[in-house]
Design a protein around this ligand. Structure first.
Ligand SMILES: [Zn+2]
Length: 232
């Protein structure tokens, strides 16, 4: 952190840890602001470039753990039930998404198989598990071990865990398999559709905001005796 230039400033800015944590930098032009409370649904914009600084996400944060748990259940259901029916050497078999990946791999489409596996299984599952790892202790007002590393990990894998990528992965599987497979309109397919919606709601939360809720776990300073008792 760079100190002030040689000349001592007449009024040094407050550099206590609490004051520093209130600072927020514009992601687009690096202007620094002091965070002020805003109402739910409002967004704070950068005065210089108009970029979004932050939004009031407390209500969203309270919904986050239930969303992640729902997504995990849907993920398990989606992958536990068969999603396609294939003719393999004259035998008709129904298989799960993972089975479909295996079939792609066996059909000389290793690259497609790897892509589908990463976008539909690996990335969503790792994001969900990382979120669980952070949110469960946070709901009990505990600091998760390695918090900053996990938040950075989520931010880094986000571009690959995006809903568009996920849907492309599912589409590629279905199109590539269409010559040898038929999509089953069953539990797995509907569960996948629901998963897409839950993931979209979950992914609209900026993981950087978790920092804030780690420090002020329940109600904000500006909301004494709020009606909602968070932490569930
Ligand atoms: Zn800006």
């Amino acid at each position: 952190m760079a100190g002030p230039d040689n000349a001592p400033a007449p009024a040094l800015p407050d550099t206590s840890p609490a004051a520093l944590r209130r600072l927020v930098a514009c992601e687009y032009c690096d202007a620094v602001y002091e965070r002020t409370p805003i109402s739910p649904g409002e967004r704070a914009l950068c005065l210089r470039c108009g970029g979004e600084l932050y939004r009031e996400s407390r209500r969203h944060y309270r919904r986050l753990l239930p969303l992640v748990i729902t997504a995990l259940i849907l993920f398990l259901v989606s992958n536990a039930y068969p999603i396609v029916e294939m003719d393999l050497k004259g035998v008709r078999t129904q298989t799960t998404l993972l089975g479909a990946v295996q079939a792609l791999y066996d059909d000389q489409m290793a690259l497609v198989a790897a892509l589908v596996f990463a976008t539909t299984i690996l990335f969503p599952l790792s994001e969900l598990l990382m979120m669980m790892y952070l949110l469960v202790p946070m709901a009990q007002h505990r600091m998760p071990v390695g918090f900053d590393r996990i938040v950075r990990g989520i931010r880094r894998t986000r571009p690959w865990g995006m809903i568009e990528v996920f849907m492309i992965g599912v589409l590629v599987t279905l199109v590539k398999l269409s010559t040898m497979a038929r999509v089953l309109p069953g539990i797995a397919l509907w569960s996948f559709a629901a998963l897409v919606i839950v993931l979209a709601a979950m992914l609209s939360f900026d993981p950087r905001d978790l920092w804030r809720y780690l420090e002020t776990p329940d109600d904000d300073a500006g909301a004494p005796g709020g009606p909602g008792e968070g932490g569930r």
